[in-house]
Design a protein around this ligand. Structure first.
Ligand code: GRF
Length: 222
């Protein structure tokens, strides 16, 4: 990216974390993160919500909770690069330490990810590396697997690929429909995403290649 000073991100260890959530849709994960960070002392606060979709209900949830929102679309920029620079400016201005993707339906550019390396996490509704992409729940259901689940992972430059922080399985029973499965998956997301964010904010995560260890598990998610 062009402006090196702008992209300088301070070392975020041993400090209270400033969190941004990126969401393009409903924002149920955002809601859970807001509630969890307010009810528990996780050493972090959600400062801003960014959306690329002006109709995202996630923006309303943020407003109802008095969280600053930003919304603009890459279509309003000359290039994808200038869109990314604008978002990076916002992150730096707001001194953001952690970016949580929660149903953010736009791929981040490799340059953006590099600037926030190991500080962007995502939730995906399958047990990665199975069923990557935007239809993780349906693809697992249609495939006929008996067990699927949810993954929270660091974001790298490949789709749904970065080091895995937490996974939790969800059984697909014979009488499950897409609706019941979606419901089970979302309930599971709302359990593990806040935990992953808490581990990050408390500096409990260590990344070694593809392996993420949680140095001191104060809570067990299973
Ligand atoms: C979730 O299923 C998440 O795993 C996926 O997008 C969906 C977002 O749901 N990445 P919501 O907007 O948080 O309700």
């Amino acid at each position: 990216m062009e402006n090196k000073n702008l992209m300088k991100i301070e070392d975020n260890k041993n400090k209270r974390k400033r969190i941004a959530v990126f969401a393009s849709g409903n924002g149920s994960n955002l809601q859970t993160l807001i509630e969890y960070t307010r009810l528990n002392d996780i050493n972090g606060d959600i400062l801003i919500v960014f959306s690329n979709n002006a109709d995202a209900y996630a923006l309303k949830r943020a407003e109802k909770n008095s969280i600053k929102t930003y919304c603009f679309s890459h279509r309003d920029f000359n290039s994808r690069k200038s869109f990314d620079i604008k978002i990076l400016e916002l992150m730096v201005e707001n001194k953001i330490d952690l970016i949580c993707l929660a149903g953010y339906m736009l791929l981040l550019s490799p340059e953006f990810i590099k600037e926030y390396q190991n500080r962007i996490i995502n939730i995906h509704p399958s047990l990665l590396p199975s069923f990557k992409g935007v239809h993780g729940i349906k693809d697992a259901f249609d495939y006929g697997v008996k067990v699927t689940g949810v993954t929270v992972h660091f974001v790298d430059s490949k789709l749904d690929n970065g080091p895995i922080i937490i996974q939790k399985s969800v059984e697909i029973l014979e009488d499950d429909t897409m609706e019941t499965l979606e419901d089970k998956i979302h309930k599971t997301e709302h359990i593990i995403y806040p935990l992953a964010v808490e581990y990050f904010c408390k500096d409990l995560l260590e990344i070694n290649g593809r392996k993420v260890s949680i140095s001191e598990r104060k809570k067990i998610e299973n």
